[in-house]
Design a protein around this ligand. Sequence first.
Ligand code: CYT
Length: 306
Amino acid sequence: PLNTDSVNFITIINYLRARLPIELSQPRVAIICGSGLGGLVDTIDETKCKKVEFKYEDIGFPTSTVQGHAGKLVFGFLGKNQVPTVCMVGRFHFYEGHNLKEVTLPIRIFKLLGVKILIATSAAGALNKDFQVGNVAVLTDHISLPGLVGNNPLFGPNLDKFGPRFPPMTDAYDYDLRVLAFKASSSLNFGEGVLKEAIYCFVGGPSYETKAEARFLRMVGGDVVGMSVVPEVIVARHSGIRVLGLSLVTNMVALGKGKSADPLARESGVIEEPPPSHEEVLKTSRNRALEMQNLVKTIVELTETI
Ligand code: CYT
């Protein structure tokens, strides 16, 4: 198991600082590149300073096991106004078997590096029928199913240096950053309704939701469902990092009851979304990769204004 103690944070920080040029050693923005957003690091502006990459295995990070999720940390200047940024290309998921301290280790590192804003991107399935594949969910709130029953990344002794024992999660998703997301979308001519404010349900995975589970999540107010984002957001908020959550809708989640085998049962509607597949998720991510890149980059540029 990985060492997620504070001493190890310092080891990692020292390793990074020793290899980063001074201009990049205090990034203002951290971006978690979910499925399909890895290409963002190819748009880093290298006129002022070359980007610096670290493979996760070289810096004592956990290593990612999911297909479509490479593993590296990339430091560089993003956008026309050269915002110092660190990008996580590939993240860690609870379902891979990492504990939540491992999943969120990078966020602690970001805090120690001086990061002020976290942009957490991901893929998600839509529970809300008003959403469409290709929409971008701008997270307004979350429901952490694992968290409600004891799987919270802050479980255990509190790290007082980072934040309080009982941090509030009301308004975890920063209003000003959400405004910037909508500004960026209109300046890129995304069209009305492409961005959708949404409540994100975090589930453990790796199996996708059943239809009954999906109806349950919809009933309690979820708009999208996914297997990431929330642990990182909780740890970021604990230490006062401002958070923007963006989830690309990669599939519509099946919510119907399906066909009944009981001859006495009233026939129920059988028109339904197909079961989700990782291929579908990756395909949508690939199709929308450029839009997501441009959106995130434009938001990063605008962070100068808040
Ligand atoms: N889709 C997704 N559930 C889904 O249906 N990307 C995550 C979880």
